[in-house]
Every structure is written in structure tokens, then in C-alpha cells.
Ligand binder design. Structure first.
Ligand SMILES: NC(=O)c1ccc[n+]([C@@H]2O[C@H](COP(=O)([O-])OP(=O)(O)OC[C@H]3O[C@@H](n4cnc5c(N)ncnc54)[C@H](OP(=O)(O)O)[C@@H]3O)[C@@H](O)[C@H]2O)c1
Length: 315
């Protein structure tokens, strides 16, 4: 495997929230990958036809199929050396079979499971965090069952583009409301959080594929920037030329809110848990792995650029 080069790539979930940034980045990569293939459902193929046509013009091949069908997946794996799964939370459990078939395939050498988020093995509390459970099971399955296939997890922390927006009725978990010039910060707002912008997630995945030997067997922790909510607030105030109202929430209040949302079976309970984990320092490292991929600050989004984009998105 020392001479392995990722050249024929297959991506599942590549039209999704983060998948589309990954697909776009792979198509833009220089030097280009020999082949980038997207496996998508008939529903997405129909609903996202305009996006798919745009990508096809840039060299993308598209396979329409059912990712729960052994025959469809086995056929799609033919000749592919690298598989990226960016399936959504609702589809994470399908990865056991995608991995089993990849291990059995003659060509697939490398698999990047759908992580692209919080570090699920960060500390001794991580094994009990509810949103981590299926991803933890996927890692366990890989450890216990795969002998041949190489695996890399790309751990990005929260997407700044999403985290920055306070969610209606969930403002206590943190976020910003540019229209009201209002900021919801946790505790004193000085807790650091490591973020990726969604566009940088695409760059990090493309860079990972260019560095197989350095990435095999690792959970790569990558970050666009590490900042505090107060620094984000200061940047918003600078760019809007206005003083914002600040609402502070204690971590214990968020924990109580989180418990209530899980008891109610609320679909956004996961969001509250993740925001609590990030506020507790769940994205912080002595050193991240950006250097392994050769991506320095000049190649990545800055806080200034990310806030500018967040403001532009609301106009
Ligand atoms: N760090 C963060 O802040 C953050 C935020 C959001 C998500 N994430 C992570 O990023 C990864 C991808 O999530 P996403 O939100 O981008 O995914 P998504 O948009 O919900 O779904 C991505 C694609 O997965 C495929 N899929 C197949 N079966 C599925 C099923 N049963 N349920 C859901 N999707 C299914 C679909 O592709 P086709 O129709 O094309 O087959 C879908 O378009 C996940 O691991 C998630 O935890 C991280």
C-alpha cells in the first residue's frame, strides 16, 4: 500500500448538506482525481438534477441506485479505490453493509466513513453521548471486522456556518441573530471552540485523499479556526458597525434544557447536546492535524470571511 494513490473515488451522500461541499472540492482538486463518481438515490437524482448536471459538466459520473442494495453497491464499487460516505445521520447504520462490501470488494482500498463532525472519542464522557452512538458502533465494527481496508475519519468539529445561527426556540444553546443584533453566548462567552467552515470541510477531505499514507488509520482533527463566542461577537459588531445585545446562558441551564428535550423526544435534542459538548471544550486539542494535510491559515477560511459570509447569507 506504500504506493497507493486515491484516484477513482466513489461518494455516497455527496449531494447532502456537507456532501455537496465534498463533491465540489473533489471536482476542483488539482491535480485532478482520475474519476469522481457520485452514488445517489433516484429521489435526489430527480430533485437535484440541476446540481448534478452542473457537476457532470465538471467531470462527475453519477450512479443512481439504492445504497441498501448489495447488488447496486457491489456494482458501484467495481474499479473504485476510495469510498467516501457522507450519508446523513438517518442513514449512518447503512454503513455497516457499505463497509462489509468494501472489504469484500477487489478494488476498494480506503474508506472515509460519515463523520465530518464532533470528535466522538474526545474524553471519558464521549462513549455515553447520545448523538455519538451509531458513529461509535461504526468505529467498533471497523476495529473488529475489517482486516484489509484502510479507514480515515475526518473530524471537523462544528460547521461555523450552522453553529453561528441561533435556532428559534433553542437560542439558549447559543448562536447569533444578526437581524436583531442579538448574541446568545454560553457562560462568559470566553470558551474556545474549534470550527470548520463547510467549504473548508471539502478542502480538508480533498487534501486527505492526497495524503493517504499520512491519513490511513487516523481520526484527523481539522479546523478552520479556533475562536470564542465573544470573538465572534466582536467580529459581528465590527462588520455591522453596531453594538449587539448579549444574552448569557449557564452551562447548567443548557444541560437542564438538553435533558428536557431528550425526555420530550424532540428531534433537535441532538443539536442541544452537540452545542453543549462544543461549549464544554469538546473541540479543543493541544494541536490539530491541519499540518498533516499541509493546509495552513492562508488556504482556509478566516473568522472575518466566515462572518462576512454569514451576514451575506441573510440579505
Ligand atoms: N459538524 C457539524 O456541524 C455537522 C452538521 C451536520 C452534519 N454533520 C455530519 O455530516 C455527515 C453528513 O450529514 P448531512 O447533514 O450532510 O447529511 P444529509 O444532508 O442529511 O444527508 C446526506 C445524504 O445521505 C444520503 N442518505 C441515504 N440514506 C439516508 C438516510 N436514511 N437518511 C439520511 N440520509 C441518507 C442521501 O443521499 P442520496 O439521496 O444522494 O443517496 C442524503 O442526501 C453526518 O455524519 C453528520 O453527522 C456534521
Amino acid at each position: 500500500m506504500s504506493s497507493f494513490t486515491a484516484s477513482r473515488i466513489l461518494i455516497f451522500g455527496g449531494t447532502g448538506t456537507i456532501g455537496r461541499y465534498i463533491t465540489s472540492a473533489l471536482l476542483r482538486a488539482k491535480p485532478a482525481f482520475q474519476q469522481v463518481v457520485l452514488f445517489t438515490s433516484p429521489k435526489s437524482a430527480q430533485e437535484k438534477a440541476a446540481q448534478l448536471n452542473e457537476w457532470k459538466a465538471q467531470g462527475l459520473s453519477v450512479i443512481v441506485g439504492d445504497l441498501t442494495s448489495e447488488a447496486d453497491v457491489t456494482a458501484a464499487y467495481k474499479g473504485v479505490d476510495t469510498v467516501i460516505s457522507a450519508v446523513g445521520r438517518g442513514g449512518l447504520q447503512h454503513q455497516f453493509e457499505l463497509l462489509r462490501l468494501a472489504e469484500a470488494s477487489e478494488s476498494v482500498q480506503w474508506f472515509l466513513p460519515s463523520e465530518f463532525g464532533t470528535d466522538i472519542e474526545h474524553n471519558d464522557k464521549s462513549p455515553n453521548e447520545r448523538p455519538h452512538q451509531v458513529k461509535l458502533q461504526v468505529r467498533k465494527y471497523i476495529r473488529e471486522n475489517l482486516k484489509r481496508l484502510k479507514v480515515t475519519y475526518v473530524v471537523t468539529g462544528p460547521y461555523f456556518d450552522m453553529w453561528v445561527n441561533a435556532v428559534p426556540d433553542f437560542e439558549v444553546a447559543g448562536g447569533f441573530l444578526p437581524d436583531q443584533k442579538k448574541a446568545y453566548v454560553i457562560e462568559d462567552g470566553n470558551g474556545k471552540v474549534g470550527f470548520c467552515t463547510m467549504s473548508d470541510v471539502g478542502k480538508f477531505v480533498a487534501a486527505t485523499l492526497k495524503a493517504p499514507q499520512e491519513s490511513f488509520g487516523k481520526a484527523l482533527k481539522v479546523q478552520s479556526f479556533v475562536v470564542t463566542p465573544n470573538e465572534v461577537l466582536a467580529e459581528y459588531e465590527r462588520q455591522t458597525g453596531a453594538k449587539w445585545e448579549v444574552v448569557k446562558t449557564l452551562l447548567d441551564e443548557i444541560r437542564a434544557f438538553e435533558t428536557k428535550k431528550w425526555e420530550e423526544g424532540h428531534p433537535l435534542a441532538t443539536l442541544v447536546t452537540l452545542r453543549r459538548i462544543w461549549a464544554e471544550g469538546g473541540t479543543l486539542y493541544a494541536q490539530n492535524d491541519n499540518h498533516i494535510l499541509g493546509l495552513g491559515p492562508e488556504a482556509l477560511d478566516s473568522l472575518e470571511a466566515a462572518v462576512k459570509k454569514a451576514l451575506a447569507a441573510r440579505r
